[in-house]
Design a protein around this ligand. Structure first.
Ligand code: NAD
Ligand code: LMR
Length: 334
């Protein structure tokens, strides 16, 4: 059974909750739809002492704006206009959060973003490998099922790869699943979500939620809603992008988990990481339950024994699609 974890408190009281922890967090793509609210939430997190914002344009404005919030962290904005802007943004970073890249429009799949975003993630990962190879990378840019293998291959090529430090952020799937089940149960509970971050590779494990009873029809409908929740937002935004605010919330929550682990807390999270869980199937990356410590992933937990047959079948169906995406990502760098 998966543990139930409460959403951490992210909002600091001004000047009252300074902690001894020193953490520089860099956001790449900070002026975008996700980047701006994510930067806001990170500025409100007392564990962040330096916030470094990088984008190809408009970063000075975002940094000046966020920088007026009266929490103790320093905020600096860097843009591509400064030739060394990216390097400066990354120097000394412990966490690098990457929401840089284009979002979907109605009718597109996440894989349709590959042609643009693969190169962006490759180049940003290259800079991280050179400047802050020991930082933890939190990759939000889609398609996550390919961009995590891309960043990993870049780190391998640079000779600085540590699988425990490269994370695909799938937290929004958990936030959605929790919210949709919350509607049904009348209270917010954690719902594990495993697999990947695209369509049928997103697998909510409703079997692990204590006290939740679903008919087969309800289970099918809720599974579909979690798998295609991103499309709901893309359609509602009608050409103006995809989820930004809920993603910022989810990304800030995941960043906070890593910062707590850095500070010595035992933290459990779900993330898309390199794992041997499906070695027999030839699959290298999978989103699953992980224990975190200051070095990143400390332990990868297997799928729960009490997983339902229905969910196991969803995992089997996801594997070929996940393999295709990871091969596409890895080949792009090769
Ligand atoms: P956006 O277009 O609003 O913002 C993207 C930002 O990236 C822009 O400000 C742009 O200038 C910047 N950018 C582009 N190339 C860059 C580079 N080389 N270096 C630095 N910055 C660069 O898009 P958004 O809505 O913020 O979405 C960003 C990405 O996040 C998309 O790929 C989207 O699909 C993805 N996303 C992922 C999840 C998830 O759950 N993992 C959820 C939502 C969105
Ligand atoms: C999401 O799940 O909302 C994101 O991956 C963005 C998208 O393209 O749906």
């Amino acid at each position: 059974m998966f543990a139930i974890r409460n959403t951490p408190k992210l909002v600091a009281r001004s000047f009252s909750t300074a902690t001894p922890q020193q953490s520089k967090v860099a956001v790449l793509g900070a002026a975008g739809g996700i980047g701006q609210p994510l930067s806001l939430l990170l500025k409100a997190n007392p564990r962040v002492t330096k916030l470094s914002l990088y984008d190809i344009h408009n970063t000075p404005g975002v940094a000046a704006d966020v920088g007026h919030i009266n929490t103790l962290s320093d905020v600096t904005g860097y843009s591509a206009k400064d030739q060394d802007g990216l390097k400066k943004a990354l120097e000394g970073a412990e966490l690098v959060v990457i929401p840089a890249g284009v979002p979907r429009k109605p009718g597109m799949t996440r894989d349709d973003l590959f042609n643009t975003n693969a190169g962006i993630v490759r180049d940003l990962a290259q800079a991280c490998a050179e400047v802050c190879p020991k930082a933890k990378l939190l990759i939000i840019s889609n398609p996550v099922n390919s961009t995590v293998p891309i960043a990993s291959e870049v780190f391998k090529k640079a000779g600085v790869y540590d699988a425990n430090k490269i994370f695909g952020v799938t937290s929004l799937d958990l936030v959605r699943a929790s919210r949709f089940i919350g509607d049904k149960m009348g209270k917010i509970v954690d719902v594990p979500v495993v697999g990947g971050h695209a369509g049928i590779t997103i697998i909510p494990l409703f079997s692990q939620v204590k006290g939740l009873k679903l008919s087969n029809e309800e289970r099918d409908a809720l599974t579909h809603r979690v798998q295609f929740g991103g499309d709901e937002v893309v359609q509602a935004k009608d050409g103006l992008g995809s989820a930004t605010l809920s993603m910022a919330f989810a990304g800030a929550r995941f960043a906070d988990s890593l910062l707590r682990a850095n500070a010595g807390e035992d933290v459990l999270e779900w993330a898309f990481i390199r794992t041997d869980l499906f070695e027999k199937e030839g699959l290298e990356y999978f989103s699953t339950y992980v224990k975190l410590d200051k070095n990143g992933v400390k332990k990868i937990l297997p799928l729960p024994e009490s997983i339902s047959q229905y969910e196991l079948e969803l995992v089997q169906k996801a594997i070929p699609e996940l393999k295709k995406s990871e091969t596409k990502g890895a080949s792009f760098v090769a």
